[in-house]
Design a protein around this ligand. Structure first.
Ligand code: GDP
Length: 326
């Protein structure tokens, strides 16, 4: 419980720039208008889009708000503030998160461009699995970057799990092939695969990933396949572009948003699910093992809006009470 609390505190602190950049602007709109005019909605929409929430998610959230205004006969921005929060949370829960890969025999392919935090995330995931008593094998298939393997070995040592590395000159697919055989022979619960973030060129990389996907399908079809893309939250909309490119090569099943600490673009977490139709499954708020946690939209929105300060939760409970009394 303590850990959850401290994660929430760290998340809240980490999102302070997003609060300055986005949430406070939204709150200003509520404070500026006395009535629910077209200008109010337009300005609200503008603040969301500028806050990296993206056009699609923004439109969905505002449309739902307008529907609530009608059905609940709301008259002022203050009355509909709590509904907006509710809609943001609901909007992020469109796709039900699926964490079966944490409990069932799985191969977890971790993909993404260099520098987003892939290696660190694999280390953290290895620890999460270990804490659940699972037998883990790491596959270091980023053969293009020697330092990646060294880094992974360090994480593997820390998490006390085995690792399969490339022999000199081998390509990522052959390392994966070896690792799959080792995983089967050793009866591991999860094979965690680091993939290259960069090869000689982008086409090359995508072709290699497709090949890796085929290897898994053909040789390890009996276990659950999870394709997690790691995206750096500080890159905002660019993260969406990356995800779309990788989605062309492998069947993405989840998103890990790293570096939520200190980004001014935290709104991307709201955008990403509706833009990609893939759920955010984990968020990272720092470099330490305990800094990766399963994503929970309610906790995220509470941290983003810093409810204790704004008293917005209080607003929400009042609205719900009114609603129930009706
Ligand atoms: P890779 O190239 O994708 O494998 O990225 P690395 O795992 O090497 O990470 C790149 C840098 O980002 C390292 O300095 C990590 O410590 C850092 N990093 C990873 N995740 C987080 C995070 O959630 N928050 C912060 N602040 N830094 C992170």
């Amino acid at each position: 419980m303590d850990e959850k609390k401290s994660f929430f505190t760290r998340l809240k602190e980490g999102l302070s720039k997003s609060r300055d950049n986005f949430v406070n602007n939204v709150i200003d709109v509520f404070d500026t208008y006395d009535y629910l005019t077209d200008e109010f909605y337009e300005e609200l929409e503008e603040m969301f889009v500028m806050g990296d929430v993206g056009v699609k998610a923004t439109t969905q959230i505002i449309d739902r708000l307008k529907a609530d205004v009608d059905s609940q006969h709301l008259k002022t921005p203050m009355q509909c503030k709590a509904y907006l929060i509710k809609n943001i949370k609901e909007q992020m829960q469109v796709t039900k998160s699926d964490y079966e890969f944490l409990s069932e025999p799985s191969v977890v392919m971790v993909i993404g461009v260099n520098g987003v935090g892939k290696t660190t995330t694999i280390g953290k995931l290895a620890s999460i699995y270990r804490a659940k008593g699972k037998k883990v094998l790491i596959c270091a298939a980023d053969t293009f970057r020697a330092a990646a393997t060294e880094q992974l070995e360090e994480w593997a040592k820390r998490a006390q799990v085995d690792i399969v590395k490339a022999t000199e000159g081998s390509d990522p697919s052959s390392v994966l092939f070896d690792a799959v055989n080792a995983a089967k022979a050793r009866g591991v619960d999860v094979l965690l695969v680091d993939t290259a973030g960069r090869l000689h060129n982008k086409k090359n990389l995508m072709e290699e990933l497709k090949k890796m996907h085929r290897i898994v399908e053909k040789n390890y079809g009996s276990v659950k396949q999870e394709y997690l893309i790691v995206l750096d939250a500080t890159t905002g909309q660019n993260a969406l572009v990356q995800a779309r490119e990788f989605a062309g090569a492998v069947p993405l099943s989840g998103i890990i948003l790293t570096k939520m600490d200190g980004t001014a673009k935290g709104g991307i977490a709201i955008a990403i699910q509706s833009e990609l139709n893939v759920p955010v499954k984990f968020i990272g708020v720092g470099e330490k093992i305990e800094d990766l946690q399963e994503f929970d939209p309610d906790t995220f929105v509470d941290a983003l809006f810093d409810f204790k300060k704004e008293g917005a939760m209080e607003d929400l409970s009042k609205v719900e009470a009114l609603h129930f009394e009706d």
